[in-house]
Design a protein around this ligand. Structure first.
Ligand code: HEM
Ligand SMILES: *[C@@H]1O[C@H](CO)[C@@H](O)[C@H](O)[C@H]1NC(C)=O
Ligand SMILES: *[C@@H]1O[C@H](CO)[C@@H](O)[C@H](O)[C@H]1NC(C)=O
Ligand SMILES: *[C@@H]1O[C@H](CO)[C@@H](O)[C@H](O)[C@H]1NC(C)=O
Ligand SMILES: *[C@@H]1O[C@H](CO)[C@@H](O)[C@H](O)[C@H]1NC(C)=O
Ligand SMILES: *[C@@H]1O[C@H](CO)[C@@H](O)[C@H](O)[C@H]1NC(C)=O
Length: 596
């Protein structure tokens, strides 16, 4: 009798709890979960290196594989013993071997070709072929799962506004690695060519169908727009001269629409590839610099090849600029970000001997790249202090100050630390709330599921995640269980690595997406990576010698110092974390800005 009762009870529980047997994410080690009837599942462990019901038993071959060092250990090694690395960096062969290791260790974590998207948690031709979707590394949580994040946790997630107030509320914390806002604006400018959400369709869709470094933010994402921006002479882009310097043309002149509010006068409505780059002077600064670079490269090509027509010149210049961008991103930008003493190298040939797919589609990467904590409370240009209200859409700043002063000012102003919590400028709180809301619309899986997917240990408690008690205590009432903390807020409250802007998850998730996106570019493939693609030896060497410094020096009068780190950063007094609330970013500015 009792047995029958128990069985009946059990039977009545199964349909609700196992409504969707894959909700509990039973398959490990990248095994694919498929429902089998209403109350059972099967894990497909093919080529995962594991077997068993949940793909948890390693195959013999898997056991033989050398253990990878833990990410924090590898990070420690690469960011310490500067003297040893200085020697290694001088030995080309050793440097190459380590660079191959950096690349091949990361890129297999990204599925290529891509698999899922917001609608498809299983493989389908639609998900593969419809380029309007951002693709997903992890399938969305199925709609009929018992809780928003699968089976664990409460039925409802915390109010996103409350979460932002409690966890991300602002008190400016300068980045201990010396990152400046020249870096922040580069990040924003560079990434917005491929993070271009199509809000008409929703946050899971993109208008940037190139899904990578295609420089659509310089040339426009449609051919029609590109043609409006082109001069059709010598391959160049249209421009105007202001105070003897080259600037983008006006919207009125070229007819390429831009988003400007009504108060901006016609003369200051510049037209560039990305419609939103009039928003922030930092973006217009980079847009202007790249416009000058394009036209400069055209001049060089025209000299080399007086016989070339406009189209050939334009297309070749674009490929060279794509190469320059990737070179600068790896050797200056990622180099700074990583904090590595090992000198990174952009060399596509390093991958020619490994299995590597030259394609990429943008994924969850967008969510984790919302690095708004980098931004300060106020912006300093020359002697002037700008609030957000005065800085954003300012109708006069770029040509009024000139590019040189913008470069110097942004180079000297320190950026905020991204991880560690409570560092979003007040003005950008609403953006953080939106990111959380969108992640829920898109049914993201939780932080710990992402950590496991990227071969990281799931966090066992809130304090394990934050590395401190105060924010951990704020997380507790919001989430109750460390297993359901959401990806985005977690990335911003995670314990930062010592003297670094980010914690482990941001780097270990972000780096594979980033390297795959850069090295998976068309121009890095064996067929394209040769001088003739870039107009010969001269063009090839333009891209192979590119750096942030030369980009600025070649295009900005007076060749101002430009870097992704505040100059002489180590000479700042050590920052006492307990005093941070009282630090005004102005104090951290070098005297230099007043000389401008
Ligand atoms: C003054 C500077 C900035 C302002 C005012 C600003 C503001 C915004 C706003 C209003 C959005 C749209 C929010 C939404 O629709 O959900 C956004 C999106 C975004 N921001 Fe920022 N932001 C700034 C700087 C930055 C920086 C430095 C980064 C660094 C990488 C960044 C990364 C992003 C990303 C990745 C997106 C998503 C873009 C997309 O999906 O289309 N932003 N930002
Ligand atoms: C597989 O995973 C399920 C759900 O997570 C668990 O209940 C079960 O014990 C696991 N089975 C094996 C053989 O590991
Ligand atoms: C891609 O999918 C979206 C959403 O279903 C749809 O609106 C759009 O038309 C599709 N695009 C193509 C090219 O089929
Ligand atoms: C634009 O910047 C100038 C300083 O260059 C400042 O005086 C002005 O108030 C700003 N304009 C707006 C609309 O905020
Ligand atoms: C910029 O906008 C303000 C109003 O927002 C206006 O008073 C000012 O004249 C404009 N500046 C220029 C240079 O047009
Ligand atoms: C940092 O601040 C704490 C608390 O205010 C104080 O005890 C400590 O001495 C300070 N450290 C330094 C190096 O100033």
């Amino acid at each position: 009798m009792q047995l029958v009762l128990v069985l009946l009870l059990a039977a009545s529980l199964i349909p609700t709890y196992l409504a969707q047997p894959c909700c509990s994410i039973p398959c490990q080690n990248r095994g694919a979960c498929a429902g089998n009837g209403f109350d059972n599942y099967e894990c497909d462990c093919t080529r995962t290196g594991y077997y068993g019901r949940n793909c948890t038993t390693p195959e013999f071959i898997t056991q033989l594989k050398p253990l990878k060092p833990a990410p924090n250990t590898a990070h420690y090694i690469l960011t310490h013993s500067k003297g040893v690395w200085n020697v290694i960096n001088l030995i080309p062969f050793v440097r190459q071997v380590i660079m191959v290791y950096v690349l091949t260790g990361r890129s297999p974590l990204i599925d290529s070709p891509p698999t899922y998207n917001v609608e498809y948690g299983y493989k389908s031709w639609e998900a593969y072929s419809n380029l309007s979707y951002y693709t997903r590394i992890l399938p969305p949580v199925a709609r009929d799962c018992p809780t928003p994040i699968g089976v664990v946790g409460k039925i409802a997630l915390p109010d996103s506004k409350t979460a932002v107030e409690k966890l991300l509320r602002k008190r400016f914390i300068p980045d201990p690695q010396g990152t400046n806002i020249m870096f922040a604006f580069f990040a924003q400018h560079f990434t917005h060519q491929f993070f271009k959400s199509d809000m008409k369709k929703g946050p899971a869709f993109t208008v940037a169908k190139g899904h990578g470094v295609d420089l659509s933010h310089i040339y426009g994402d449609k051919l029609e727009r590109q043609h409006k921006l082109r001069l059709f002479k010598d391959g160049k882009l249209k421009y105007q001269m202001v105070n003897g310097e080259m600037y983008p043309p006006t919207v009125k002149e070229v007819g390429a629409e831009m988003h400007y509010p009504p108060h901006v006068p016609e003369a200051h409505r510049f037209a560039v590839g990305h419609e939103a780059f009039g928003l922030v002077p930092g973006l217009m600064m980079y847009a202007t610099i790249w416009l000058r670079e394009h036209n400069r490269v055209c001049d060089i090509l025209q000299q080399e090849h007086p016989e070339w027509d406009d189209e050939l010149s334009f297309q070749t210049s674009r490929l060279i600029l794509i190469g320059e961008t990737i070179k600068i991103v790896i050797e200056d930008y990622v180099q700074h970000l990583s904090g590595y003493h090992f000198k990174l190298k952009f060399d596509p040939e390093l991958l020619f001997n490994s299995r590597f797919q030259y394609q990429n589609r943008i994924v969850e990467f967008n969510t984790l790249y919302h690095w708004h904590p980098l931004l300060p409370d106020t912006f300093l240009i020359g002697e002037e202090v700008y609030s957000y209200g005065q800085f954003v859409f300012n109708n006069s700043s770029a040509p009024e100050h000139g590019i040189k002063r913008l470069v110097s000012s942004f180079t000297n102003q320190i950026a905020g630390r991204v991880a560690g919590g409570r560092n979003i400028p007040l003005a950008l709180g609403p953006v953080a709330t939106e990111v959380i809301d969108y992640s829920r619309d898109m049914r993201y899986q939780s932080l710990n599921v992402y950590r496991k997917r990227f071969e990281l240990r799931p966090y066992s408690s809130f304090e394990d995640l934050t590395g401190e008690p105060e924010i951990a205590a704020e997380l507790e009432p919001l989430y109750a269980d460390a297993d359901i903390v959401e990806l985005y807020p977690a990335l911003l409250v995670e314990k930062p690595r010592p003297t670094a802007p980010f914690g482990e998850t941001m780097v270990e998730l972000g780096a594979p997406y980033s390297l795959k996106g850069l090295m998976g570019n068309l121009i890095c493939s064996p067929l394209y990576w040769k001088p003739s693609t870039f107009g010969g030896v001269v063009g090839f060497s333009i891209l192979n010698t590119a750096s942030l410094e030369s980009l600025i020096c070649n295009n900005v009068k007076g060749c101002p110092i430009a870097s992704f780190e505040v100059p002489d950063f180590t000479s700042y007094p050590a920052i006492n974390v307990s005093d941070i609330e009282d630090i005004n970013p102005t104090v951290l500015l070098k005297e230099k800005t007043s000389e401008l």
